[in-house]
Design a binder for this molecule. Structure first.
Ligand code: FAQ
Length: 341
């Protein structure tokens, strides 16, 4: 069910790096393109690019856009139950920001020649992926803080290098998104810190329980280990990804382990220890079976999340139809006015 419909090449072709070159002109253009990228150059929408570069970007950017939109659901679940007006206003703004991120990203992907409708259809039919993390439930208010701290924290770690992605429209969208994600991470940390330092024992226990449930899925967000990541090598060569999945995961764990101390929560990994020689935190084995199970559609909330998106699109169909009918009427009126003039 969860395969990327937008990928043109088979995995075997990619693995063998057998790119179908159609003509000598294409081969020359491809060599010039590779040299431009190797030189640190950027690519714009109207520039020539190899098909596989275009498809890789559509795959990654559309998957990213879907993640932002599906990612509105777990926290959106708590807007009507936020504990104070202040927290409600912050959460509303955050969820709205995620919707905005999805729109910038769909727009960036559209510059590559794939329509919004095609991308949404791929999501709704189960062909396109979105981040595994959004298939977990938000059981208590502390989950909202834990998502801000850990999920947005992991998202920023992964997304800051994307501000230097070789594809200009994606890189520019990421600059704005990262500014907003940074606010999101801080509000999550602040919400948890308030409960830990000024809350009741029950609230502190609620925070610890949320951290226990979100820690491992958050570190899975960075994707499979480098030696099991089929897309990494080519994406790094093309400057789409700048830092590998494992390196980003390690950077996130290093930063978060220190923040957990400040917060006064335990991270649920008995093997998490500072390694002086490496200058990094060591951590325990990640349950990759759980990760693939969720990616392949069998996580706790996969069905619910997709059903919510499909229902929202169906319920909103009349708005899109009305807007199109209005635009058509307006265009006809303007054409009549021009003819009469
Ligand atoms: N979940 O070869 P790789 C957010 C798939 S936004 C599901 O390593 P790649 C904001 C991958 O697609 C979070 N699938 O792949 C927010 C590939 O399958 P494919 C989203 C995953 O592309 C916060 C296969 O596994 N961020 O959180 C995952 O080189 C709070 C093999 O993997 C982005 O999308 C996963 N976690 O590297 C919103 C950032 N990981 O496509 C609301 C942009 C891997 O070949 C609330 N994306 N897969 O069929 C990226 O940086 C990359 O695409 C990676 C994956 C790093 C996610």
């Amino acid at each position: 069910m969860y395969t990327q419909a937008l990928d043109v090449m088979s995995k075997q072709e990619i693995a063998a790096d057998r790119r179908p070159v159609r003509s000598a002109d294409d081969a020359a253009r491809e060599a010039a393109f590779e040299a431009h990228i190797a030189d640190g150059g950027f690519v714009e929408a109207k520039d020539w690019m190899p098909d596989h570069y275009r498809k890789t970007l559509v795959r990654q950017i559309s998957q990213h856009a879907h993640s932002e939109i599906v990612g509105m659901l777990p926290e959106g679940n708590w807007i009507s139950r936020a504990p104070t007006l202040k927290r409600k206003a912050i959460l509303l703004a955050k969820v709205q920001d995620e919707g905005g991120h999805g729109l910038y990203l769909y727009a960036a992907a559209e510059t590559l020649g794939t329509s919004r409708e095609q991308m949404i259809e791929a999501l709704h039919s189960g062909k396109a992926k979105y981040s595994s993390i959004f298939n977990y439930p938000t059981l208590t208010w502390a989950d909202v803080g834990a998502i801000g701290w850990l999920v947005d924290g992991a998202a920023i770690m992964n997304q800051v290098p994307l501000c230097r992605c070789s594809y200009g429209p994606y890189a520019r969208a990421m600059i704005r998104i990262c500014r907003e994600e940074s606010f999101h991470q801080r509000q999550g940390f602040d919400s948890l810190l308030t409960m830990m330092t000024q809350g009741t024992d029950a609230q502190r226990a609620m925070v610890q329980d949320a951290v226990d449930r979100w820690w491992w899925p958050s570190i899975m967000m960075f994707g499979p280990p480098d030696d099991a990541s089929p897309n990494s090598e080519q994406s790094m060569r093309w400057g789409i990804k700048r830092i590998s999945n494992d390196e980003l995961r390690q950077k996130f764990i290093d930063a978060t382990a220190e923040q957990a101390r400040v917060l006064g929560v335990a991270l649920p990994d008995p093997q998490l220890t500072w390694n002086e020689a490496r200058g990094h935190w060591d951590f325990g084995a990640i349950d990759w079976d759980e990760f693939w199970n969720v990616v392949n559609g069998h996580g706790p909330c996969n069905r619910e999340r997709l059903a919510a998106r499909v229902k929202a699109a169906d319920d909103g169909a009349w708005v899109r139809e009305a807007a199109l009918a209005h635009a058509a009427k307006q265009a006809a009126r303007e054409a009549d006015a021009l003819r009469a003039a």
